[in-house]
Design a protein around this ligand. Structure first.
Ligand SMILES: NC(=O)c1ccc[n+]([C@@H]2O[C@H](COP(=O)([O-])OP(=O)(O)OC[C@H]3O[C@@H](n4cnc5c(N)ncnc54)[C@H](O)[C@@H]3O)[C@@H](O)[C@H]2O)c1
Length: 451
């Protein structure tokens, strides 16, 4: 089996009993696609610039093109190859600058900027862009450290600018429907969520290819790339595989968990965990990385639910990316672009606990109140319902919302406060992993302390 079909097979198998229910008596419900606006006329479009044009920057540019709501004005990056690619994607139209993002921010013909640099640049670029009067789409994780968040929130408010943070999943029709179902009470009280993000490939573990033409001071600017990060000799590995190093990234927690955390906050209408504890390590990929290749975290929320979140880069046979919301009346399992809802069928185990009583007493007890019915509830025949998202891609919807907010001056759904809290929860995971302590969130001061 190819790795893809094997992954698909395992993904389907991992549906387990829910998958079987689907085959037996399940129902598919296609979700209604969010309607897309018609393309705007060139004068009504938002003029955008891009800073950081690597893997994600390219995806953002394609999403912006699809919206039909923006003019692509300029791009800045530290690597000439990425600028050449920007030209290719825009029929040579976009203007490029090598390692001078401030010059891009000075342009009066740019309304909004899309920022996708490594995490250690997020604070500086967001504050610079907001201070220059630009609206900002900043990739997740919004922050590199917890204390960056309030500075970014203040800069957004002080400059009266729009901010959208890029954990796009929450803009999908799927997650909006999941939120609706949780709020409706259909699942009863959700007290536990299990979420995972697993991989088993070298590129999945962030060993991204390094372009063979890369030459510092010729087609790349290492000093600009480093910015305020600790001094280090030029190292292409650090540039293209930066997620492996604490100086530029928070690893699994801030790269991957932050997506799950953002979705959980959205679907559960929750703000911030009160306590977080984590464990993990570099258990297999001993390739010079500093961040763990396996990480597990437990989050406690004041809204009375727990989250059990895990990731490994050494086995992908559990769902690559999935979340299960476990309620007293039902479970919602979200995998890929669909989720299934399966009803609980709780029964009371009286026979086990009254078997030591005299027979007549057992009968008397079962005839009391609803005991016999509670022990033998009717089987729910409705089975599993699976909702399938066939609408637009989440990044496109998230971008459309941003561009709409730029024009209407409305607040984006994933504004700086929302982005700060999701990233802060991710940072608490790392603080716990590194200190061996349980981290407690102090809402009054907006800080985390070890306990
Ligand atoms: N929302 C998502 O699903 C998603 C997916 C992937 C990445 N991301 C996020 O996007 C960001 C970038 O990730 P990536 O995978 O694209 O990394 P990448 O390394 O491919 O791209 C980052 C780019 O930023 C450029 N850069 C660095 N410093 C710069 C500076 N001072 N001026 C201009 N350009 C500079 C680099 O040259 C590089 O091309 C990260 O924060 C990451 O978490 C989000």
């Amino acid at each position: 089996m190819s790795s893809f079909s094997r992954r698909e097979f395992m993904r389907r198998s991992s549906l387990g009993a829910a998958g079987l229910g689907l085959l037996l008596n399940g129902r598919w419900v296609p979700l209604e696609a969010t309607p897309l606006p018609p393309p705007a006329s060139p004068n009504d479009r938002v003029n955008v610039g891009f800073i950081g044009f690597g893997i994600r920057g390219n995806i953002l540019l394609e999403a912006v093109k699809q919206t039909g709501q923006a003019n692509l004005v300029a791009v800045s990056d530290c690597y000439q190859g990425h600028l050449t690619r920007a030209k290719e994607r825009t029929e040579g139209k976009i203007e490029t600058n090598l390692a001078q993002y401030k010059a891009l921010l000075e342009r009066k013909d740019i309304d909004a900027v899309l920022l996708a640099p490594p995490d250690h640049w997020h604070l500086q670029m967001v504050v610079d862009a907001l201070s220059a009067g630009k609206d900002v789409y900043i990739e997740k994780p919004m922050t590199y450290r917890i204390e960056d968040g309030p500075k970014m929130i203040e800069a957004a408010q002080g400059n009266n600018r729009v901010v959208q943070v890029g954990s796009q999943g929450r803009s999908s029709a799927l997650q909006k429907k999941a939120r609706e179902i949780v709020a409706s009470g259909e699942l009863g009280k959700v007290t536990k969520i299990v979420a995972s993000y697993n991989r088993n490939s070298s590129t999945g573990a962030w060993n991204y290819p390094i372009p063979p033409d890369l030459k510092n001071d010729v087609n790349f600017n290492w000093q600009e790339w480093l910015g305020s990060a600790p001094k280090h000799a030029f190292d292409p590995e650090r540039v293209f595989r930066y997620r492996k190093y604490w100086d530029y990234s928070g690893g699994i927690s801030t790269d991957l968990f932050v997506h799950l955390i953002t979705s959980i906050h959205f679907i559960m209408d929750a703000k911030m965990p009160s306590r977080v504890v984590a464990a993990g390590g570099i258990l297999n990929r001993k390739d010079g990385r500093e961040v763990p290749d396996t990480l597990d975290a437990l989050f406690e929320y004041p809204e009375e639910f727990n989250v059990n979140m895990g990731s490994t880069f050494n086995n992908a046979s559990t769902p690559e990316q999935g979340m299960m919301f476990l309620g007293t009346k039902g479970s919602l399992t979200l995998l890929g672009n669909s989720f299934s809802v399966a009803a609980e069928n709780p029964r009371e185990g009286y026979s086990y606990s009254i078997d030591s009583w005299p027979k007549s007493l057992q009968e008397e007890f079962l005839n009391m109140d609803n005991h016999r019915e509670e022990a033998n509830p009717p089987i729910r025949l409705e089975g599993t319902v699976t909702y399938k998202d066939q609408g637009a891609d989440a990044t496109l919807l998230h971008m459309l919302e941003f561009l709409d907010c730029v024009r209407s001056r409305k607040e984006c759904s994933e504004n700086a406060e929302v982005g700060h809290r999701a990233a802060a929860a991710g940072h608490m995971v790392n603080l716990s992993y590194l200190s061996g302590k349980r981290m407690v969130w102090d809402a009054a001061s907006g800080t985390a302390r070890g306990a």
